[in-house]
Design a binder for this molecule. Structure first.
Ligand code: GAP
Length: 534
């Protein structure tokens, strides 16, 4: 599937619009249109239902070491600045960027690729933004730089494969991604990704606050509140979904890397001894969730991090990744990370920002001998009144992005095929084969023609269904074209009121994927739809 086609469909059918489009748009921000808002809500609702509201606290689920409880939170986006100092975001949540003095463009250091090439006695590194068809772009730029025609491409002597700009020590021979001259890129600099804002009217340095870059910290700082107010016992998880903000240097790939996005995060608190088992449980459980909603197949994978990739406090991290069509062949993009975080977060909020010293995590000290970022001083340990043991729980964190999941479901669902029209002639259609739980519109109701009492029956059915489901009424144009419109929107079922309905009170139900049509009594439509959507 070509990404351009999906992007065009998203705009045409109202899934996604560029934010502030009438003013030329704002890079890294997106608006969900009438169909998009339903789709994303369904993704979030499926997550909340499957992980939280519908979770059975009494059962031992397959693969789980035992029963556990789940509960939820909805925290403020702006939190006390000390939260981000103790969590490490204030000091460490940065990317490296390079600027181009010539084009005035800014790039994320690790997202510039390039290749060494020699021609006409000169050896240069030709850089392009990482992504699709890097090889081709690099060759085009090298030809242009050396003023060679394509038919003289053999005069370019390539030295090694495409590599990251991060492998290049000296930028003097680098041709920046949008530059005409060499050596225009600045050395890499740190860039903190948190958006700053000001709280209150005075606007001094003490009033600086940050938009949260993740929802997780709201959960950690409320750990004690949840324990004290809800009688949950370890092991249990707290879930939260909501907006997060990151001032990404190079937002791109549609909604994949945005500056404002939604996360769906769980912090699962357990006994340190049991934490490796819980980590494996959550990794497999979260992978199965995507498979169950239609991301099965080779485009989805679960990738365990190598020991070198792990954060210093973690004994395991895995990513659930999807081969998005905008990525280079063989590349995968992260949908969700599942991390074993040890007691790092709760301890940081108790004692102060932690750093590694040998094999230990210790509070980082400032030059004055006091903690560099002071913790809350509150006791965030857990007392097990059955075993009489007090300990700081370990945390497993499955952290997903609602927008990335929505985008992956859209990419997977997009399909072009040929279907017979009313006269049996094969015609092309675009269809979104979304899982019925995710489909923005669950069913459409059509009167075959706008006469003979058919619209009245169809409208009555529409109103009855509308009480429970998001259904759509359409009486415009030939019925074949109405089906096509619903196929593009991903609507799994269409009910049509026709001449036979007037005689025997039955309607047709048409399945988006199999194209099969069958009749069923009008009175059974709501029940059938319930069953199909379950
Ligand atoms: N609390 C851990 C955490 O935030 P992360 O890997 O930085 O981990 C988790 O983010 C998920 O949030 C990612 O797997 C991704 O789905 C989503 N995400 C992160 N940055 C994003 C961005 N700029 N745009 C869209 N989604 C993003």
């Amino acid at each position: 599937m070509e990404m351009d086609k999906l992007v065009a469909l998203c705009k045409r059918r109202g899934f996604l619009f560029q934010s502030s489009e009438i003013y030329g748009g704002l890079n890294g921000f997106w608006d969900y249109g009438p169909l998009g808002v339903e789709l994303k809500r369904n993704v979030k609702e499926a997550w909340w239902r499957d992980m939280v509201a519908g979770h059975d606290d009494l059962a031992t689920l397959p693969g789980a070491p035992g029963p556990y409880a789940m509960t939820g939170l909805d925290c403020a986006i702006i939190m006390h600045p000390q939260v981000w100092k103790c969590s490490g975001h204030y000091d460490l949540f940065h990317d490296y960027m390079v600027d181009c003095r010539e084009s005035k463009k800014r790039y994320r250091y690790d997202q510039v690729q390039g290749r060494w090439v020699e021609a006409k006695g000169q050896r240069i590194f030709v850089a392009v933004p990482s992504g699709e068809k890097e090889d081709e772009q690099i060759e085009q730029r090298a030809l242009k730089y050396f003023n060679l025609r394509a038919k003289h491409a053999e005069e370019l002597h390539w030295d090694g494969p495409v590599v990251s700009l991060t492998t290049v020590k000296d930028f003097s021979q680098v041709l920046g991604p949008d530059a005409k001259e060499l050596g225009t890129l600045t050395p890499p600099r740190e860039f903190n990704l948190m958006f700053k804002t000001t709280v209150g009217a005075l606007g001094g340095e003490e009033d600086v606050a940050f938009l949260r870059p993740e929802t997780a910290q709201g959960i950690f700082v409320n750990f004690k509140n949840v324990i004290d107010s809800s009688r949950v016992r370890i092991p249990f998880g707290i879930a939260q979904m909501g907006k997060s903000f990151r001032n990404e240097i190079t937002p791109r790939y549609f909604t994949f890397r945005s500056r404002e996005f939604e996360q769906m995060e769980i912090e699962f608190f357990c006994h340190p001894r049991q934490s490796p088992e819980w980590y494996r449980y959550w990794r497999d459980r979260r992978y199965a969730w995507y498979v169950g909603l239609g991301l099965a197949g080779e485009r989805l994978r679960l990738r365990d991090h190598s020991p070198e990739e792990l954060s210093h406090y973690s004994c395991g991290t895995a990513d659930i990744e999807y081969a998005f069509p905008f990525l280079a062949k063989g590349e995968f993009g992260e949908l969700e990370g599942i991390a074993h975080r040890g007691d790092f977060d709760l301890r940081s909020h108790m004692e102060g920002k932690l750093v590694r010293k040998g094999n230990e995590l210790v509070v980082e000290m400032g030059p004055d001998g006091k903690p560099r970022h002071k913790g809350s001083g509150k006791d965030l340990s857990y007392f097990d009144d059955q075993t009489r043991e007090r300990y700081i729980p370990h945390v497993i964190e499955p952290s997903a992005g609602a927008d990335r999941a929505t985008l992956a479901f859209l990419c997977e669902a997009y399909c072009e095929d040929k279907v017979p029209d009313e006269n049996g002639k094969l015609t092309e259609r675009v269809v979104l084969r979304l899982h019925p739980r995710l489909a923005p519109i669950k069913a459409a109701v059509f009167p075959l023609v706008n006469k003979d009492g058919m619209p009245e029956i169809a409208q009555k059915l529409y109103r009855e269904l509308k009480r429970e489901f998001n259904v759509f009424y359409d009486d415009k144009g030939a019925v074949g074209r109405r089906y096509r419109r619903q196929d593009e929107a991903g609507t799994p079922y269409c009910f049509t009121i026709d001449g036979q309905t007037l005689q025997d009170n039955t309607v047709t139900i048409r399945d988006r994927d199999t194209l099969k049509q069958e009749r069923l009594p009008l009175a059974e439509v709501a029940h059938r739809l319930h069953e199909l959507l379950r």
